[in-house]
Design a binder for this molecule. Structure first.
Ligand code: PLP
Length: 419
């Protein structure tokens, strides 16, 4: 049987009785204390990953920085953790600006993205001194010119479509020709000329982002070559996009391999004095967390459906991108007697499938089921479908568990009602 444990956060282990231990905490004890479903983050693993990114990047290109793509796990505690490890934050919109500031980030280390920034969001960015605004279109320039007070200049990057089509789900592809994000090179060049003439804007450089869950390093290098053709600038933000390992079959490139390719291309195509920025999201957080569910129903027939107390309310990755996950019954990962099942959620959609076909050991009502690699975009897309109360986030470290986001209450579900 494949090694399921290897998909759980680094440092996870099986206790003598077979129980799953994440961040030194037993999954069954976490479930008892915080209820299920619960999203458990292995804090030390996440910190180590953040440090790995910073160390490996600066070892290859001294004038560089890592900004965490907040959208991958936009809770204040995660943003604070990466800030403590010396990273900046990439934010996509007003809400992420607000949580980033609450997390204590230096606004100068924040990069604002978005293909449809509102007046309010641009205003917030300018008001708080956000370090870089990635201009996606000419309307961004209009808004910035209106928001920046006389005598100040807002540093900006221009987002360029590199025309690179990576091998990933079309919904998370962003650097291909015809993308809704950024500008094709000719249009980008025109906007750069306008920005360079603007008294309110400081044209700092270019931004490129190929897409997400990319398991091959070549597209990242191709994108660098594509933006280099637009000329020399002080800063190049090369985006995020490195894939994470979700399944036994996935071969996710290690960070050093990814950076060898990316920085190799930078050495070949970009000015040696330039500042380089990268924006990892998924590959920073995916492997650091696991979701623990309770099995509520086992239905045997043509298929065996194992239903749990969560689903697309806490993990939309499956329905949205067809992302494959694995799963195991807590306490019985290593049992030889496995039955192939479909793990489904509690929501009123046939598409609410967590894992379509996975071996589980004697699944029984009341068991705990753990799904690894749920650190990226699961918290992000948590929702209230079917009155779902969004699930708590717990940091586990050295055997201590700390609640960083509480479970929503039924009262929360009505908290926005206007009487
Ligand atoms: C501009 C930008 N930067 C970085 C990221 C992070 O990508 P990933 O989570 O795949 O690393 C995204 C997400 O798609 C993005 O849109």
């Amino acid at each position: 049987m494949p090694d399921l444990l290897s998909l759980f956060p680094p440092g996870s282990e099986l206790a003598e009785d077979g129980g799953l231990v994440v961040g030194g905490c037993r999954a069954d004890e976490l479930a008892a204390e915080f209820g299920t479903p619960v999203l458990v983050v292995a804090e030390a693993a996440l910190r180590a990953r953040a440090r790995e990114y910073v160390d490996e990047l600066t070892a290859r290109w001294a004038n560089s920085r890592v900004v965490f793509a907040s959208k991958a796990f936009p809770c204040t505690a995660v943003q604070r953790l990466v800030v403590e490890e010396g990273l900046g934050l990439d934010v996509a919109g007003g809400g992420e600006i607000v949580t980033a500031l609450k997390a204590g980030v230096d606004p100068a280390k924040v990069v604002l993205h978005g293909n449809a920034k509102s007046d309010e969001e641009v205003g917030l960015a300018v008001e708080h001194g956000i370090g870089l605004v990635a201009v996606d279109n000419a309307d961004d320039v209009d808004r910035l010119e209106a928001a920046v007070p006389a005598g100040r200049r807002q540093p900006v990057l221009v987002r360029v479509i590199p025309g690179v089509t990576a091998d990933t789900h079309s919904h998370v592809l962003t650097g291909h020709e015809g993308s809704k994000f950024g500008l094709a090179p000719a249009a980008a060049a025109e906007l750069i000329t306008r920005i360079e003439a603007s008294p309110r804007l400081d044209m700092r450089g270019l931004h490129v982002h190929v897409g997400s869950q990319i398991l091959d390093v070549e597209p990242f290098a191709e994108a660098v070559a594509a933006v280099a053709a637009l000329g020399e600038f002080p800063t190049y933000d090369l985006g995020g996009g490195l894939g994470a390992r979700y399944t036994w079959a996935d071969q996710a490139p290690p960070v050093p391999d990814y950076l060898d390719a990316l920085i190799g291309a930078a050495r070949a195509h970009l000015p040696a004095a330039a500042e380089l920025i990268i924006e990892p999201g998924r590959s920073m957080v995916a492997a650091a967390a696991t979701t623990v569910y309770r099995v509520t129903t086992v239905k045997r027939g043509a298929h065996t459906f194992v239903a749990v107390d969560g689903g697309m309310g806490d993990n939309l990755e499956v329905a949205l991108y067809g992302q494959r996950f694995e799963a195991g019954i807590v306490g019985r990962f290593d049992e030889p007697d496995q039955e192939r099942v479909i793990v489904v959620g509690r929501h009123c959609e046939s598409g609410d499938v967590l894992v379509d076909g996975v071996p589980l050991a004697r699944p029984t009502v009341g068991d705990l089921l753990a799904v690894p690699a749920t650190g990226a975009y699961c918290y992000t897309m948590g929702n209230n479908y079917n009155g779902n109360r969004r699930i708590p986030v717990v940091f586990a470290r050295d055997g201590n568990a700390r609640l960083v986001v509480r479970r929503e209450t039924y009262a929360d579900l009505m908290s926005r009602d206007v009487p």
